[in-house]
Design a protein around this ligand. Structure first.
Ligand code: GAP
Length: 548
């Protein structure tokens, strides 16, 4: 699909999300909070349905998986042991001209020989940046409208200033291999490591007070020594919002295994909020600072991890496809050795073809015995498993104690919601009530994911029809089916509204209902309507939902 068509699909989905109540910008009336989103009346239902389906298939339907719901704030030693305190960071760089801050590993990377135009938002900005570059670097770039020209990559380590018509540079500067994403500027600060965890303090501590008196008492220290002292004060009461749900499953491995008498192989699953102070937030809810994950740690015998990695990769891929209109838009990608996380020996990404191209939806990683061993080492508690049936491969004696290896399918629930919104969005030309061509937007959400399963619509707001409709809605609720009574606007408008909400079935109550006890049921995707007995409608909807 053409790029502008793709970006317009993203814009349409974002706009529909707001209009119909799927996703809102957080704190919108105050100008919005970057990278934070609120799930509206339909979005909260869709998110819960995705997560409930995941829980059903990963926990309820499996004898070998149990669930937990751990606290978001854990002991800070957890993050020390897992490596998140020292290693969970992104390389951060500032543009020296625009002050734009960005991730080095995600920045555009022009190659030797490429020109480096600096693209400003307008002429005024171009003049300001031209003057700033002249002042800081003593070169005068040529301005053409809102673009500054004259820079070119010389080799992997240098770029140069080439005045007009010159093929030799008059000035050479160190090149980092990338430029700033918004303006294309190669004038950059050094890279700094930026930890992605949100930090807070726990307990009745007055950190600011402690820091103030520490600084007052230590005015003789240099900056680095002061920083270290302040860091120690902050760290003594620091807690972190979890950046992944996974660690609780390692920390609670023994409690879970023993309380439920689990035998290896078995898994512990959890879903819920995670938090990352992402530098680059992008593509609507794709990458945000607060998001929801659905993760499972599957503990296996050492040596069997390859088989289980492939098993979970396939199970998870089938699960995503089973709710999609376009299963061909999912694929998996094997991680290269140099992109593996520090704990992983192998990993597959399950990817989806978003409007900007294939990108990650879920990672299925072979985490080795890294986490259990690290937590055992830091806590002093033995996190191992004893298999009475097996012989120890080292001694040959009966009974084998080992640290299990772990396979981890780690999915994003909010990212999954974006995938299913994109997958569901359809624009169609259909005949209207008079047989003329009209267009409709329909969200073809899988019926089990759809926020509202059935809308019950009285044709008119009188003659006892609302009462019949309300009675039907309450019978759906009693059966655990989310239904909605809707009497606003013409029947045609109501159908269109529920098409956009993704409601798979609409039941209309009309005059004939009172005469012969029948109603019409309309299918969202085919728009076909059939007349059925009112007292059979619950059973029919139940059956259709079960069959999908
Ligand atoms: N426990 C392993 C782990 O957390 P990850 O690849 O960092 O692995 C797993 O995260 C999934 O969580 C990703 O595939 C993605 O779907 C989702 N995810 C990660 N960071 C996210 C963010 N900032 N916003 C939304 N979803 C995110």
């Amino acid at each position: 699909m053409a790029e502008n068509q793709n970006s317009s699909i993203m814009e349409k989905v974002i706009s529909l999300s707001k209009q119909r109540g799927f996703v809102f910008q957080s704190s919108e009336i105050y100008g919005g909070l970057k990278s934070a989103y609120d799930y509206g009346p339909l979005g909260v239902e869709l998110k819960r349905n995705i997560m409930n389906e995941w829980w059903r298939s990963m926990v309820h339907e499996r004898e070998d998986v149990i669930g937990i719901d751990a606290s978001i704030i854990m002991h800070s030693n957890v993050w020390q042991a897992s490596g998140h305190l020292s290693g969970f960071s992104d390389p951060l760089v500032d543009c020296l001209i625009s002050n734009e801050r960005f991730r080095a590993d995600k920045a555009p990377a022009p190659l030797p020989g490429d020109t480096l135009p600096i693209n400003c938002k307008d002429k005024g900005q171009a003049k300001v940046y031209q003057a700033a570059i002249q002042k800081q670097f003593n070169i005068e770039l040529k301005r053409d409208g809102k673009t500054l020209h004259g820079l070119k990559v010389i080799d992997d380590f240098n770029f140069g200033f080439f005045p007009e018509k010159e093929d030799k540079p008059t000035d050479i500067f160190p090149y980092r291999g990338y430029v700033s994403p918004t303006f294309g500027s190669p004038f950059l600060s050094d890279e700094r490591k930026f930890n992605l965890m949100f930090r807070s303090q726990i307990g009745p501590v007055d950190v600011l007070g402690d820091i103030t008196s520490y600084v007052e008492k230590n005015q003789n220290l240099d900056n680095q020594e002061l920083r270290k002292g302040i860091e120690d004060i902050v760290s003594s009461s620091a807690v972190y919002l979890r950046p992944e749900t996974a660690q609780a499953m390692f920390v609670q491995f023994l409690n879970c295994q023993q309380s439920m008498s689990m035998k290896i192989p078995f898994g512990i699953a959890q879903m819920g909020k995670s938090f990352r102070n992402e530098i680059t937030v992008e593509h609507f809810i794709f990458r945000s600072c607060e998001f929801e994950q659905m993760e499972m740690e599957y503990f296996v015998e050492p040596g069997s991890q390859k088989k289980w990695l492939e098993y979970w990769r396939d199970v998870r891929m089938e699960w995503w496809k089973s709710f999609a209109n376009c299963p061909e838009k999912f694929r998996y990608r094997t991680h290269e050795k140099d992109e593996l996380a520090h704990y992983a020996e192998a990993c597959y990404d399950i990817e989806y073809e978003y409007p900007w191209g294939f990108d990650e939806l879920e990672g299925v990683a072979s985490r080795t015995d890294y986490d259990l061993k690290k937590h055992a080492e830091h806590s002093g508690v033995k996190l191992s498993y004893f298999d009475q049936q097996k012989d120890d491969p080292q001694t040959g004696k009966n009974g084998w104690r080992y640290t299990p290896f772990v396979i981890e399918p780690a999915a994003g629930a909010t990212r999954g919601l974006l995938v299913y919104l994109l997958d569901a969005y359809h624009e169609e030309t259909v005949p209207d009530a008079d047989g003329n061509k009209s267009s409709r937007v329909v969200m073809k959400l899988h019926p089990r994911l759809a926020p509202i399963k059935v809308a019950v619509l009285p044709l008119v707001k009188k003659d006892g029809l609302p009462e019949i409709a309300r009675e039907m809605v309450s019978s759906f609720f009693k059966a655990g089916i989310n239904a909605r009574y809707d009497e606003q606007h013409s029947i045609g408008k109501r159908y269109r509204r529920h098409d956009e909400a993704g409601t798979p079935y609409c039941i209309t109550i009309d005059g004939q209902t009172r005469e012969d006890g029948t109603v019409t049921i309309r299918n969202r995707d085919t728009m076909e309507q059939e007349r059925i007995a009112q007292n059979e409608s619950l059973h029919i909807i139940q059956k259709r939902l079960m069959e999908t």
